[in-house]
Design a protein around this ligand. Structure first.
Ligand code: FES
Ligand code: FES
Length: 163
Protein backbone atom coordinates (compact mmCIF):
# COMPACT_ATOMS: atom_id res chain seq x y z
CA UNK A 1 0.00 0.00 0.00
CA UNK A 2 1.05 3.59 -0.58
CA UNK A 3 2.36 5.59 2.36
CA UNK A 4 3.25 9.26 2.36
CA UNK A 5 4.94 11.10 5.19
CA UNK A 6 7.35 13.95 5.78
CA UNK A 7 10.85 12.83 6.74
CA UNK A 8 13.33 15.46 7.82
CA UNK A 9 11.30 18.13 6.09
CA UNK A 10 10.83 16.33 2.77
CA UNK A 11 7.70 14.57 1.59
CA UNK A 12 8.32 10.92 0.74
CA UNK A 13 5.96 8.40 -0.76
CA UNK A 14 6.54 4.67 -1.20
CA UNK A 15 4.63 1.49 -1.91
CA UNK A 16 5.15 -0.74 1.14
CA UNK A 17 3.89 -3.92 2.74
CA UNK A 18 1.38 -3.15 5.50
CA UNK A 19 3.52 -5.12 7.99
CA UNK A 20 6.67 -3.05 7.36
CA UNK A 21 8.06 -1.43 10.50
CA UNK A 22 9.01 2.22 10.43
CA UNK A 23 12.62 1.42 11.35
CA UNK A 24 12.94 -0.75 8.25
CA UNK A 25 11.16 1.79 6.09
CA UNK A 26 13.67 4.45 7.11
CA UNK A 27 16.72 2.21 6.77
CA UNK A 28 15.83 0.05 3.77
CA UNK A 29 13.54 2.25 1.68
CA UNK A 30 15.02 5.68 2.41
CA UNK A 31 18.64 4.64 3.19
CA UNK A 32 18.50 6.61 6.43
CA UNK A 33 20.69 4.15 8.29
CA UNK A 34 21.43 6.55 11.15
CA UNK A 35 18.38 5.05 12.85
CA UNK A 36 19.70 1.82 14.32
CA UNK A 37 17.91 -1.47 14.86
CA UNK A 38 19.15 -3.13 18.01
CA UNK A 39 16.72 -5.55 19.56
CA UNK A 40 13.33 -5.87 17.85
CA UNK A 41 11.77 -6.28 21.30
CA UNK A 42 11.21 -2.61 22.17
CA UNK A 43 13.94 -2.65 24.81
CA UNK A 44 17.06 -0.91 23.55
CA UNK A 45 15.78 2.43 22.23
CA UNK A 46 18.45 2.82 19.58
CA UNK A 47 15.68 3.07 16.97
CA UNK A 48 14.08 6.20 18.44
CA UNK A 49 12.95 8.84 15.97
CA UNK A 50 10.52 11.70 16.44
CA UNK A 51 6.99 11.60 15.11
CA UNK A 52 5.40 15.03 15.28
CA UNK A 53 8.10 15.99 17.78
CA UNK A 54 7.58 13.07 20.15
CA UNK A 55 10.22 10.38 20.63
CA UNK A 56 9.00 7.01 19.41
CA UNK A 57 10.68 3.61 19.11
CA UNK A 58 10.44 3.09 15.37
CA UNK A 59 10.52 -0.70 15.79
CA UNK A 60 7.13 -0.46 17.49
CA UNK A 61 5.44 1.53 14.73
CA UNK A 62 4.30 0.35 11.33
CA UNK A 63 5.44 2.57 8.49
CA UNK A 64 1.83 3.06 7.43
CA UNK A 65 1.01 4.38 10.91
CA UNK A 66 3.45 7.24 10.29
CA UNK A 67 1.57 8.19 7.12
CA UNK A 68 0.57 11.85 7.13
CA UNK A 69 2.94 12.64 9.99
CA UNK A 70 6.24 14.45 10.39
CA UNK A 71 9.13 12.09 11.07
CA UNK A 72 12.52 13.35 12.14
CA UNK A 73 15.57 11.13 12.24
CA UNK A 74 19.09 11.70 13.46
CA UNK A 75 20.02 12.78 9.92
CA UNK A 76 17.66 15.72 10.40
CA UNK A 77 19.46 17.11 13.45
CA UNK A 78 22.26 18.87 11.63
CA UNK A 79 21.10 22.03 9.87
CA UNK A 80 23.23 22.64 6.79
CA UNK A 81 26.75 22.70 8.19
CA UNK A 82 25.58 23.48 11.71
CA UNK A 83 25.55 20.76 14.31
CA UNK A 84 22.75 20.51 16.81
CA UNK A 85 24.05 21.50 20.26
CA UNK A 86 23.38 17.92 21.35
CA UNK A 87 25.70 16.55 18.68
CA UNK A 88 28.31 19.03 19.84
CA UNK A 89 27.65 18.13 23.48
CA UNK A 90 28.18 14.43 22.83
CA UNK A 91 31.51 15.31 21.24
CA UNK A 92 32.56 17.67 24.04
CA UNK A 93 31.58 15.38 26.91
CA UNK A 94 32.42 12.00 25.40
CA UNK A 95 28.78 10.92 25.35
CA UNK A 96 29.54 7.94 23.17
CA UNK A 97 32.00 5.15 22.71
CA UNK A 98 30.82 2.69 20.05
CA UNK A 99 28.00 5.06 19.08
CA UNK A 100 25.38 2.40 18.51
CA UNK A 101 22.91 3.86 21.01
CA UNK A 102 23.69 7.46 20.08
CA UNK A 103 21.05 8.16 17.39
CA UNK A 104 18.25 7.17 19.74
CA UNK A 105 19.80 9.05 22.64
CA UNK A 106 20.10 12.19 20.52
CA UNK A 107 16.51 12.07 19.29
CA UNK A 108 15.10 11.47 22.75
CA UNK A 109 17.26 14.22 24.23
CA UNK A 110 16.26 16.64 21.45
CA UNK A 111 12.60 16.05 22.24
CA UNK A 112 13.32 16.59 25.94
CA UNK A 113 15.18 19.87 25.39
CA UNK A 114 12.51 21.13 22.99
CA UNK A 115 9.94 20.65 25.73
CA UNK A 116 12.15 21.46 28.72
CA UNK A 117 15.22 23.54 27.82
CA UNK A 118 16.71 23.31 31.32
CA UNK A 119 16.08 19.78 32.60
CA UNK A 120 17.42 18.51 35.91
CA UNK A 121 19.73 15.49 35.98
CA UNK A 122 16.83 13.37 37.19
CA UNK A 123 14.66 14.57 34.31
CA UNK A 124 17.38 13.69 31.80
CA UNK A 125 17.84 10.26 33.33
CA UNK A 126 14.11 9.65 33.28
CA UNK A 127 13.86 10.77 29.63
CA UNK A 128 16.52 8.29 28.51
CA UNK A 129 15.38 5.52 30.83
CA UNK A 130 13.89 3.58 27.92
CA UNK A 131 17.26 3.34 26.23
CA UNK A 132 20.25 1.15 26.77
CA UNK A 133 23.91 2.08 26.42
CA UNK A 134 26.36 -0.76 26.87
CA UNK A 135 29.43 1.47 26.79
CA UNK A 136 29.32 4.76 28.67
CA UNK A 137 27.44 4.04 31.88
CA UNK A 138 25.15 7.04 31.20
CA UNK A 139 27.10 9.62 33.21
CA UNK A 140 28.73 11.14 30.15
CA UNK A 141 25.47 10.99 28.22
CA UNK A 142 23.77 13.02 30.96
CA UNK A 143 26.69 15.48 30.93
CA UNK A 144 26.38 15.78 27.15
CA UNK A 145 22.70 16.69 27.39
CA UNK A 146 23.49 19.20 30.14
CA UNK A 147 26.20 20.70 27.91
CA UNK A 148 23.66 21.07 25.10
CA UNK A 149 21.17 22.74 27.42
CA UNK A 150 23.83 25.27 28.45
CA UNK A 151 24.83 25.96 24.84
CA UNK A 152 21.37 25.99 23.25
CA UNK A 153 21.99 29.23 21.39
CA UNK A 154 25.45 28.39 20.12
CA UNK A 155 26.17 27.32 16.58
CA UNK A 156 28.88 24.87 15.64
CA UNK A 157 30.08 23.91 12.21
CA UNK A 158 30.54 20.31 11.17
CA UNK A 159 34.22 20.44 12.09
CA UNK A 160 32.99 20.75 15.66
CA UNK A 161 34.14 24.30 16.32
CA UNK A 162 31.73 26.43 18.34
CA UNK A 163 31.31 29.78 16.65
S1 FES B 1 15.30 -1.75 17.99
FE1 FES B 1 13.65 -0.61 18.74
S2 FES B 1 13.82 -0.68 20.90
FE2 FES B 1 15.50 -1.90 20.16
S1 FES C 1 28.03 4.21 23.09
FE1 FES C 1 28.08 2.06 22.75
S2 FES C 1 26.08 1.41 23.27
FE2 FES C 1 26.11 3.49 23.84
Amino acid sequence: MQVTMTVNGESVSRDVEPRLLLVHFLRDHLALTGTHWGCDTSNCGTCVVQIDGRPVKSCTVLAVMAGGHEVRTVEGLEQGTTLDPLQQGFMECHGLQCGFCTPGMLMTARALLDENPDPSEDEIREAISGQICRCTGYTTIVRSVQWAARHAGDAADTEGAVR
